[in-house]
Design a protein around this ligand. Sequence first.
Ligand code: ADP
Ligand code: ADP
Ligand code: ZN
Ligand code: ZN
Length: 749
Amino acid sequence: MAEQDVIRITGARVHNLKNVSLTIPKNKITVFTGVSGSGKSSLVFDTVGVEAQRRLNATFPWFIRNQLPKYERPQADAVENLTPPVIVDQKPVGGDARSTVGTMTDVYSMVRALFARHEGPDGRVSSYSFNDPAGMCPECEGLGRTVQVDLELFFDRSKSLQDGAIQYPEYKVGSPDWQIWVNSGRFDPAKPLKDFTGKEWDDLLHGTGGPKIKVKTKNVSFQTDYEGVIDRFTRLNLKRDLSALSAKRRETVERFMNSGVCPACEGARLNAAALATRINGRNIAEWCSMQITDLRKELTGIDDPVAVPIAAALERIVAIGLGYLSLDRPTPTLSGGEGQRLKMVRHLGSELTGLTYIFDEPSVGLHPRDVERLTEQLRALRDQGNTVLVVEHDPDVIAVADHVVDVGPGAGAHGGEIVFSGDLKSLRGSGTATGRALGVKAEIKKDVRTPRGELRIEGADLHNLKNVTVTIPAGVLTAVTGVAGAGKSTLIGEVFRASRPEAVFVDQSPIAASSRSTPATYLGMMDPIRKLFAKAGGVDAGLFSFNSKGACEECQGRGVIITELAFADPVTVHCETCRGRRFKEEVLAHRLRDASIADVLEMPAGTAAEFFTEKALRAKAQALIDVGLGYLTLGQPLSSLSGGELQRIKLADRLGRTGEIYVLDEPTTGLHLSDVDTLMALLDRIVDEGNTVVVVEHHLDVVRQADWVIDLGPEGGHDGGRVVFTGTPGDLVGSTDSITAEYLRRHVR
Ligand code: ADP
Ligand code: ADP
Ligand code: ZN
Ligand code: ZN
């Protein structure tokens, strides 16, 4: 291939990469495979992605560059022939309360244009924006929700002012504020508030004017104007940026507030004028609350050229399997996978070519049916003239690859090499773990377990659920399946969760902890390790803690320096003083069986299980191996782990218990086909130890090996929310109404 047709990487050494050199064809789909921890992300994101971003940023003038995140040059001899990158990852879309599916995809601005045109030559696009004073509801300022003072909490109406009727602590009896009301002469301080006339009550809450009032504090006395209790509270606490208040004060203030749908706009976010315009009988808020599949149909009846690009944009959202969403859905409520696919929508519509798109496991959260739609979109990006790089485990995504790069052979120090690079057909015959796994014949589990009881969910109707009553068998492994938007998370993650407070939800959310948290701290290994070092060296155990005087002063024991940026992700660079080792030289001089504390922290769990002769430490390291994380080092920051890895660390912490109900959301995320077997063995073990396990999962290798399947659907959104099938995987293969059944049949054939 000609030099300009490939991206050329020479001598990449990021993380575990072993001086890797390879070429990646441009204008093709390249899928990167390999067991988790083998180095795929280190190659694709941390080498190609970072260098491409760094080069792109370097093309901007300095005053723009200063605002952009700084990227450290990746450890590689050269990365050449890059094109501008578009990184579509799973970081939560987040956004503030004003960000919705409509604003994020820019579809909302087109809908606004449609409404402005409909109104006639005077209609202005800004008058339909809830982010613009011209359109926003004045009451909630476009948020759709308001916070109000909870008067029932704020006052104890059975009491008088002098007996402490005002509950807000800053206005307690004797306080300067309290004197304003008591000294005003407007009320009888001994009269219980429940006996106040309407006028008195209103005056207490919102009164103004009148003579100045004397107020005495410990040191001074002064005169001030009258101000009602609630007006004063609102002015001093709520009319300011809440984030400017101290955390403690904010907490107190929030205790006296409640939030609800805005009474003025009823959640529509817009002012009355904007809501008055209707197209086909619906105002803009009603349009945006429709399910996208319905909205698309509605648009076909509208005779305006602006409707055309809107329909095309909605079509792309549907094509990517998100037609069950609505434009007004707040982005903070989207899952990582939904967010990633929506980010994709923005690019699918653009005519830009010559870019490098980089995707991180885009199949996450997708039913095999939706994966099929996703792969069509990847092809479309390529055919538009772009390079598409995808880190993926799903065989159906691997199947559309023009080129496959298999990283391995193992994880961590046992990986970091390119074990295969070529087309899919040659991969199958290559004998690598990926090649072999792709050829394995899938079989349905026959000897399913007998339940030991049942857990019922009755009449669930949250979100799209249609009065769902279903039984989850106890003491077995149940898979909950269904296309995206069918209602799986709602049924299991919300309804079941709320009704079973004793169940343990092992999710993929970050572990709320400091930037110093590591597998060793999470599993409680650090204390015993520090004591061992202290005993060996005859010194204080505290010396070996990352937040003690033994820690490197430059990075405060983090090993890295983190710079927070106002408008971008924080930037992390290696600490040069300790070279990432976190401790001072004198601390590192202490040895335990020849290893320093930093050496121990750099040990993969697999090595640590042999290094420690102490039973408890050995067992914790073994638990990491048992959940398939033997490659993680004890000191790796938890913040660098994927959601799937975090989920398995949480499991490692709970192995050996019995009588529990465990619920896992897509535990195969980030798992190689061959790792799925390890996961299944782990889940089987947990069930055999006497627990109930429920997994929300699309992976057909999990579904076929479950004891029981609950399939929701048939489609997403309002066309879903029903139980389509319950039974064993063997029965599911024979089912005719379930989309999951259809894909399971193909899978096991
Ligand atoms: P994959 O994407 O194939 O799962 P990664 O590239 O994420 O693998 O990881 C490869 C190796 O690099 C693993 O041993 C992993 O633990 C390690 N690693 C990943 N990120 C970091 C990091 N920020 N700091 C140190 N080691 C890391
Ligand atoms: P699944 O887990 O099967 O993908 P979900 O339970 O996430 O499906 O979604 C089922 C339906 O409920 C969808 O129509 C979705 O848009 C809606 N939904 C889910 N979460 C929310 C939310 N926080 N607010 C409004 N609607 C939601
Ligand atoms: Zn409002
Ligand atoms: Zn340091």
